[in-house]
Design a protein around this ligand. Structure first.
Ligand code: SAH
Length: 394
């Protein structure tokens, strides 16, 4: 089948030549033929040289490039990409690991598969497509996953209804592509978590904080810990295992707090050091003066787009000022931003401003990022989104 050809304006080929996988609609000079959302299209410079092949979308990102070579994008192409992603996780020690069986298998652009996220929770894989092109391949992806993992995988759940473009609302339904009713408990560094992939946020769990949660364990001994924006409790259980005096978990979602309590019962039955609160973070922090000496701030992305960046920066500043004002002397603050548009540098400046406003003496102990199963494509800086600081507040 003849594929639609997209020709870029002169000079607009530079970023694609440097392997940036997005073609913006403004870079297009002419389209030969028609394309529906999700179709494969070929991208050329204005001298008729093929630059790449990718999924078309009528939005601002017009093409998400899948390959910069002249090759077929068929089942073998996908099989090969999936096997590469799997091989990386094997080399990271994440496959068949007796202590950790949850990890990200495919991190979109970071694994050269723009628009596709796949997370593995024990014997279930959860697929989240962000483009129609990827979603149209979901059955094939499930087949490849089942074949690649063999008996180690019993179910594949598609959770794309909420991640696809708005035009798909009501059209795409989430559901099992293979198997069903699989075990919703997965393990991270020996701790067990209920993972709610059918109703929970993202694919059901925030895998990206794994290494940072583990780091917290080493700072927890004898401390009073506040885990703000706890979701299903992640950081709290590392703090408990690390020997914290008490652990308070806070999230505005009552559902997340229910699961947090279930997770306490599963890992530390009857342990009275833990208490969970379904309240707003900003309200809770008004009443925390000198109660805590280890605080985690892991808010949701305050800025999803560049045009709300300054509001987001204000939000991070306000939150961190509150923490600096109220944390005990000698306290440790784990503070994060998962907004893609807030760079590590901007985040650090924002936290610096918050420290200066509070007048506390602050030292940086660690600079944190996303783990290696969330790789950053060096040509696509947008794939870097999680950053954090561990601070000593004197
Ligand atoms: N730290 C968690 C992930 C946090 S995700 C982990 O390790 O798994 C961000 C969380 O912030 C979500 O669970 C969301 O429900 C919660 N949230 C959003 N706005 C909030 C607010 N104003 N107050 C408290 N929690 C909030």
């Amino acid at each position: 089948m003849e594929r639609t050809k997209i020709v870029l304006k002169s000079g607009k080929d530079q970023s694609v030549r440097r392997f940036h996988p997005w073609v913006f609609s403004g870079a297009i000079k002419k389209m030969y033929g028609t394309a529906s959302e999700g179709d494969l299209v070929e991208v050329y410079d204005n001298k008729d040289e093929l630059l790449g092949i990718g999924h078309y979308s009528p939005g601002s990102i017009a093409v998400r490039i899948l390959t910069f070579d002249s090759e077929e994008v068929d089942a073998d192409f996908w099989r090969n990409r999936f096997h590469n992603a799997y091989a990386l996780r094997q080399s990271l020690g994440l496959v068949n690991n007796s202590q950790t069986n949850l990890y990200r298998l495919i991190h979109a652009e970071g694994d050269n598969m723009p628009g596709l996220i796949i997370d593995v929770y024990g014997s279930t894989a959860v697929v989240q497509c962000h483009s129609i092109g990827m979603w149209q391949n979901r059955e094939l992806f499930a087949e490849i996953l089942m074949e690649m993992y063999g008996p180690d995988l019993t179910a594949v759940y598609d959770k794309s209804a909420e991640s696809l473009p708005k035009t798909m609302e009501g059209v795409a339904q989430s559901g099992y592509l293979a198997g069903d009713d699989s075990d919703p408990v997965a393990m991270e560094y020996g701790l067990n978590f209920h993972v709610d992939w059918t109703h929970g946020q993202k694919t059901g769990f925030f895998i990206d904080q794994r290494e940072n949660r583990r780091l917290l364990e080493f700072y927890s001994k004898g401390r009073n810990v506040l885990n703000m924006f706890c979701y299903t409790g992640g950081f709290s259980f590392y703090a408990m295992r690390g020997g914290a005096n008490l652990v308070h978990s806070v999230d505005s979602s009552a559902r997340a707090i229910d699961i947090t309590n279930k997770n306490v019962e599963m890992n530390f039955p009857g342990d009275e050091r833990h208490e969970a609160f379904a309240v707003d973070a900003f309200k809770f922090m008004d009443d925390m003066k000198d109660k805590y000496d280890l605080v985690v701030l892991d808010p949701p992305a305050f800025a999803k787009h560049r045009n709300v960046l300054s509001n987001a920066v204000q939000g991070y500043k306000r939150l961190n000022v509150k923490a600096f004002h109220n944390i005990k002397k000698g306290g440790i603050l784990f503070t994060f931003s998962c907004s893609q548009v807030v760079s590590a540098d901007l985040f650090r400046k924002t936290v610096f401003t918050a420290a200066a406003i509070s007048g506390r003496k602050v030292r940086i102990l660690h600079q944190m990022a996303q783990p290696a199963d969330h790789p950053i494509n060096i040509y696509h800086p947008e794939s870097e989104y999680l950053k954090g600081l561990v601070l000593m507040v004197d």
